[in-house]
Design a protein around this ligand. Structure first.
Ligand code: UDP
Length: 329
């Protein structure tokens, strides 16, 4: 039987590369697309020799063309850390808006089903906890996170319009904080930041007083939820995340224990608009997808720490290896 064909954008990134692995495992033909601004080919290098895998170096903010039939499109291209939004704000806006529009057009042409990677950031700094899909959010459009949050909110609106106006098959996953192997060590997100600091023998930098909360989902659980949502017939947004909530201060203590570092916690200024609390309400995912996370934080963190510990020494250097300044804005 002919293989189903799936286009994955952001394929060389953290989530994109794990999705490539999953669809290869399910015997799809995978077309992996990435402009490599924040992605890294090392994440998908092991797939290049497969006959049902191909890589396309392309920026989806520009017109996207893919020859042949397409059954599914997974739009996972986007910078995804607060530090990245500061460095490449305009690309962040473009990939969520123009990129999404291009891919929706492609999906319509190919009669493909499209799933977009939305985010808990659509809830902004939420005034309800946990956040159900019905909560409309509390977002500052002109703050440092606005470029990401508003692009993602626009992305949801655009996707829903293609669904209602063109009858396109669409799915919207709202992804909460996720961790695991292949996160970028120096992207500024809290888990790679803490583990990198522990490995380099530096103090762990907690922003604010550490009372803000997050809820961390292991990447395999997230991928399972996305896979189920894509194959479901539900076109409204669905939260996928792990409801096990923890303060960032407690999280730092867990990383200190995990890594056995003798360093201490130091406190730094809280970034502007940093959400005070975040925890997914996953009632819908449970009911519609029969999904819930299976990997607890202790187990997930052990696997993730092993991954970072085994990276080559030069990866540990506390310096972003990408020079963003050369990219077209
Ligand atoms: N954070 C921290 N120290 C760091 C990096 C992040 O205390 O070195 C905090 C950050 O202020 C936020 C939380 O950890 O409250 C999660 O940050 P991250 O950038 O991972 O993602 P966010 O959930 O804010 O998008």
């Amino acid at each position: 039987m002919e293989r189903k064909r799936v286009l994955i954008t952001g394929a060389a990134g953290f989530l994109g590369s794990h999705l490539c692995d999953r669809f290869i495992k399910e015997d799809y033909h995978v077309i992996a697309m990435d402009n490599l601004i924040t992605g890294d080919l090392q994440n998908i290098e092991h797939l290049f020799s497969l006959e049902n895998f191909e890589f396309c170096h392309h920026d989806v903010s520009k017109y996207v063309y893919v020859p042949g039939k397409l059954d599914y499109i997974l739009h996972f291209a986007s910078p995804a850390s607060p530090i990245d939004y500061l460095k490449i704000p305009i690309q962040t806006l473009k990939v969520g808006s123009l990129g999404t529009h291009n891919l929706l057009g492609l999906a319509k042409n190919k009669n493909a089903r499209m799933i977009i990677a939305s985010t808990s950031e659509v809830y902004g700094d939420p005034s309800v906890n946990p956040q159900p899909e019905e909560y409309w959010g509390n977002v500052n459009p002109v703050g440092p996170r606005g470029v990401y949050d508003e692009a993602k909110r626009f992305q949801e609106a655009m996707t829903m319009a293609y669904h209602t106006f063109h009858g396109l098959e669409t799915r919207i996953v709202r992804i909460f904080n996720t961790y695991g192997p292949r996160m970028r060590l120096n992207d500024g997100r809290v888990l790679p930041a803490f583990i990198g600091q522990a490995l380099r023998g530096e103090d762990l930098t907690v922003f604010g007083d550490g009372s803000q909360t997050r809820s961390f989902c292991y990447v395999d659980d997230l991928v399972e939820g996305i896979y189920r949502l894509l194959l479901s017939d539900y076109s409204q947004p669905v939260n996928i995340g792990n409801p096990d909530e923890i303060t960032i201060g407690q999280f730092a203590e867990e990383i200190i224990k995990l890594t056995g570092t003798t360093q201490k916690v130091i406190y730094k200024e809280l970034p502007t608009d940093d959400p005070k609390q975040r925890r997914p309400d996953i009632t819908k995912a449970r009911a519609i997808l029969d999904w819930e996370p299976k990997v607890n934080r202790a187990d997930g963190l052990k696997i993730t720490y092993e991954y970072f510990k085994n990276l080559p020494a030069e990866a540990l250097v506390n310096k972003e290896h990408k020079d963003f300044t050369t990219y077209n804005r």
